[in-house]
Design a protein around this ligand. Structure first.
Ligand code: NAD
Length: 464
């Protein structure tokens, strides 16, 4: 049987795979993308988009419930959870249609089914009893990640969910116990509490968001406590059991035993590369953490086979996967203007809590571990005019620069719309700009970003 042949076959139509396929096709490569589920991947269907849509509703609800201080009097706001779910589904569907149109407009062939990588750059696709094989000069693996499930007795009980399962459910805020105070944990905890749920977080490490700046994580902890979210750091979860309609979670903190009762337990302790069943007769080199070993062009140990996004080491973020996918497509097409692979230190990472958190580059702790000569500037947004106008709760801008070269190394922001503010710092780090160069930037008044401007002037003044 003859196999249709392509210049590029992409496995997985999440943000990374789709971006790679669209760019490759635009550059003239005959491209197919294979997807076993809905296009858009975790981000669009079970991750970023549904969480941010739910957070949007939750924050509107909190603002409405708290608008008396601005002179607005509304009768108690009430949420219709069915309408909220319908709005989230409409949002996903609108974005999915947009993605389908972009793939079609670029001329990418969308093949539905479960793909397996075989020898000789062949991809077998199974759909029910049907199947076909494609051959390709190049293949990009972009199958993303799945939630990690820790080996805790009772973790498979009904009512103990991963974020994928949680976001697919119809929300009814009750007592939620969150295992893991990382990015997923804090985003869902905050929106769930804003919607009226009672939330407790168990975090194994001594603080929330262990990968992010310490001052910002502490500040978020204070915000959470003020809102009634209970946080138990350094917690070791031992078991979960079901009793009289509730879930009982046993955990210990420094040897002391505790029990927490909940209606739902959400386990958000990280995600692992999704490679199950992906390979048949081929064995690309894997690293100890289950990611695929890749070189500087994202090529695996198998020639012509590339891996991007959550399958590779680095931050598990949609925009990193997209940038990586586009760079691989450009490289395969031999484009002279190839975008370089994204460097991890220039990939911004955002947490969509209220207030938002956004960061790019290294943290103070990482700089100290690397023994880098650094200077730091830390400013509160407390007296920022926009902050006073909007009566914003708390916020920090923290910058880290190299004390010798003056280059900006890290920017960490907790403020309303922080995710919209981080782009300038990301551009500065990607282009190795110095804080002295950044002092030329004029920030509009009144904006939260004026505090960033103050921090830049402050840190520049500390460098000789
Ligand atoms: P994470 O690595 O951010 O956090 C997991 C947390 O669980 C860590 O703080 C860890 O210490 C803790 N933990 C691990 N085992 C535990 C245990 N047994 N008991 C208690 N705590 C335990 O992972 P995540 O929150 O699951 O998110 C997965 C990935 O998805 C991350 O890489 C994240 O960056 C990405 N993501 C990004 C966004 C965003 O960009 N806004 C949103 C959601 C997820």
């Amino acid at each position: 049987m003859s196999k249709p042949s392509y210049d590029l076959v992409v496995i997985g139509a999440g943000p990374g795979g789709s971006a790679a396929a669209i760019r490759a096709s635009q550059l003239g490569l005959k491209t197919a993308i294979v997807e076993r589920d809905r296009i858009g991947g975790t981000c669009l269907n079970r991750g970023c988009i549904p969480t941010k849509a739910m957070a949007h509703v939750a924050h509107l609800f909190r603002d409405l419930s708290d608008c008396g201080r601005f002179g607005i009097d509304v009768s108690p706001a009430r949420i219709d959870f069915d309408s909220m779910k319908a709005y989230c589904e409409r949002t996903i569907s609108q974005l999915t249609q947009g993605l389908a149109q972009s793939l079609e407009a670029a001329g990418v062939a969308l093949v539905e089914g479960e793909a397996k990588l075989l020898e000789d750059r062949t991809v077998r696709i199974e759909r029910g009893d049907e199947g076909c094989e494609l051959s390709a000069k190049n293949i990009i693996l972009a199958t993303g990640s799945i939630p990690s499930i820790p080996p805790i007795p009772g973790i498979d009980l009904p009512g103990v969910l991963t974020s994928d399962q949680f976001l697919a459910k119809r929300l009814r805020p009750q007592r939620l116990l969150m295992i893991g105070g990382g990015v997923i944990g804090v985003e869902i905890a905050e929106l769930y509490a804003a919607l009226g749920g009672s939330v407790t977080i168990l975090e194994a490490r001594p603080r929330l968001l262990p990968g992010m700046d310490r001052d910002i994580a502490r500040s978020l902890q204070t915000v959470f406590k003020n809102r009634g979210i209970k946080i138990h750091p350094s917690a070791l979860v031992e078991s979960i059991e079901q009793r009289r309609g509730s879930l009982l979670c046993r955990y210990s903190i420094r040897g002391e035993e505790h029990i927490e009762e909940a209606d739902t337990i959400l386990c958000a302790v990280g995600r692992k590369p999704n490679t199950e069943g992906l390979f048949e007769g081929v064995h690309p080199e894997m690293l100890d953490n289950g990611t695929l070993a890749i070189n500087e062009t994202s090529q695996t140990s198998l020639p012509g086979i590339y891996a991007i996004g959550d399958l590779t080491a680095g931050s598990q973020l949609a925009h990193r996967a997209q940038a990586q996918g586009i760079a691989v497509a450009e490289a395969i097409a031999g484009n002279a203007h190839t975008d370089p692979m994204p460097k991890n230190d220039a990939v911004p990472s955002c947490v969509y809590t209220d207030p938002e958190i956004a960061a790019v580059g290294i943290t103070e702790e990482e700089a100290k571990t690397l023994s880098l000569p650094i200077v730091i500037s830390k400013r509160s947004i407390f007296s920022n005019p926009r902050s006073v106008i909007t009566q914003s709760e708390r916020g920090i801008v923290k910058l880290i620069a190299n004390a010798e070269s003056g280059q900006l190394l890290g920017a960490h922001i907790m403020a309303p719309h922080a995710a919209e503010m981080i782009g300038g710092s990301s551009a500065a780090i990607a282009n190795h700009l110095t804080v002295s160069q950044l002092t030329r930037t004029i920030y509009p008044h009144p904006t939260f970003s004026e505090t960033l401007g103050e921090a830049i002037k402050d840190i520049a003044g500390k460098i000789n």
